[in-house]
Design a protein around this ligand. Structure first.
Ligand code: B12
Ligand code: SF4
Ligand code: SF4
Length: 336
């Protein structure tokens, strides 16, 4: 074992495993904000995502997930690639207006499924920690696979702050980052939390086409296009049909308009470069995809989460929205 402080060893290992940032939080003092989960669930903000009601005690205190765990190592991985923003005038599909027959898949889903990419690198990080600290220490990684609230813990670990749109923003990276991490028995010193740098800005709140923010820092998933187009297995309520615009899988708008995503930091990571057909796909093609064609076209892609029927439903709505009035103009694409 080296003489370096264990925190440096962990952060070096995270960089070697391919992560863009790493921070540490002690499990002894869970972030106070986690408590906001209870009223959020009670208000039904989680829509049909009933799985969020499970393991509430673990969500509030993830030390319960691994006996002996002492620290949370949080990591971030940039996924933004240098392609137009959904809100850019002239972008292949502009969700704001009658568009050119093309849809918008959220940029997080353009490349390889991030769950696979993150899991691979987290396993690599675990292996590096085993080599550095020996087999007596235990580590358990996660990315969307556990009861850990990844944004709140990443904020506690000093990786950034939760913006008013609720996503985690990191100063030098912006918010186009995936989060994940691992619970560890290592006794590690916490990083100081980052301050909130949203200030008086309200761009994300103003730009949301479905008014999904009941107030700053709180999202009502029942109104969020990301929920409606990906997680929701039923019909999309007609009141949202026009506001959906060209968004056929997820939604990027509240992050597109955020000044912390300018300048546009991007990654050359091959895993996240757009696969053919994911950037501005033709809506008619998506509406016509049968289950088999869907499976072939979106093999290894996060888009599979929407299921074939969901994607066809979304494409049909987007085609319908084209024929109706464009959504009201919004404050978009301003430079800070
Ligand atoms: C459920 C879920 C969703 C739901 C609900 C989203 C949400 N905002 O909670 C839906 C399906 C809508 C969704 C959408 C998206 N998601 Co999502 N999602 C998750 C998941 C699985 C759990 C999130 C959760 O626990 N929500 C529950 C609520 C209570 O949590 P919360 O927003 O953090 O609530 C806090 C605030 O309300 C805050 N709060 C309350 N009051 C106040 C007051 C003040 C003053 C302050 C400061 C804070 C505050 O405290 C609460 C507790 O921390 C996480 C992965 C994970 N396991 O953590 C990914 C995750 C959050 N999603 C992610 C992504 C990328 C997205 C999308 C961008 C995808 C897309 N392009 O369509 C959108 C973003 C929409 C948005 N504006 O948030 C990333 C976010 C990365 C980042 N940079 O933050 C995550 C972390 C996945 C990952 N592993 O990378 N998602
Ligand atoms: S992802 Fe889209 S619909 Fe959801 S809160 Fe952000 S702007 Fe609104
Ligand atoms: S758009 Fe403004 S208010 Fe919203 S997250 Fe970004 S800085 Fe914060």
């Amino acid at each position: 074992m080296s003489d370096a402080p264990p925190e440096s060893t962990v952060k070096d290992a995270a960089a070697q495993a391919g992560f863009d940032a790493c921070g540490i939080a002690s499990l002894a003092s869970p972030p106070e904000r986690l408590g906001a989960l209870i009223p959020w669930l009670a208000a039904g903000r989680h829509a049909s995502m009933a799985w969020m009601e499970r393991q509430v005690a673990d969500r509030l205190d993830p030390a319960r997930l691994m006996p002996g765990a002492r620290a949370m190592v949080c990591v971030a991985l940039l996924y933004n690639t240098p392609h137009a923003y959904s809100t850019d005038p002239g972008a292949p599909a502009n969700p704001d207006s009658a568009n050119d027959g093309r849809g918008w898949i959220s940029r997080y889903a353009w490349g390889e499924d991030y769950h696979t990419v993150m899991a691979r690198r987290l396993k690599d990080l675990e292996a590096r920690l085993r080599t550095a600290f020996g087999p007596a220490e235990r580590h358990r990684s996660f990315c969307d696979t556990s009861a850990v609230s990844e944004k709140a813990w990443a904020a506690a670990a000093g990786l950034g702050w939760q913006g008013k749109h609720t996503n985690l923003i990191r100063r030098n990276l912006g918010s186009w980052i995936f989060l994940g991490g691992l619970l560890t028995t290592l006794d590690l010193r916490s990083d100081p939390p980052e301050a909130d740098h949203c200030g008086t800005c309200t761009r994300c709140l103003d730009a949301c086409p479905t008014q999904a923010f009941p107030r700053p820092y709180e999202l009502d998933a029942t109104r969020c296009i990301s929920y409606l187009t990906i997680e929701n297995r039923g019909e999309i309520p007609p009141e949202f049909a026009d506001a959906l615009g060209a968004n056929v899988y997820g939604c990027d708008i509240c992050q597109d308009v955020c000044p912390w995503n300018r300048p546009r930091v991007s990654t050359a990571d091959p895993a996240f470069q757009p696969r053919p057909g994911n950037l501005a796909p033709a809506l008619e093609d998506l509406r016509g995809l049968d289950d088999e064609a869907f499976a072939a076209r979106f093999k290894g892609s996060a888009v599979r989460r929407a299921k074939p029927a969901g994607l066809r439903r979304n494409a049909a709505l987007a085609l319908g929205a084209r024929r109706r009035e464009p959504a009201a103009p919004r404050r978009l694409n301003e430079e800070p």
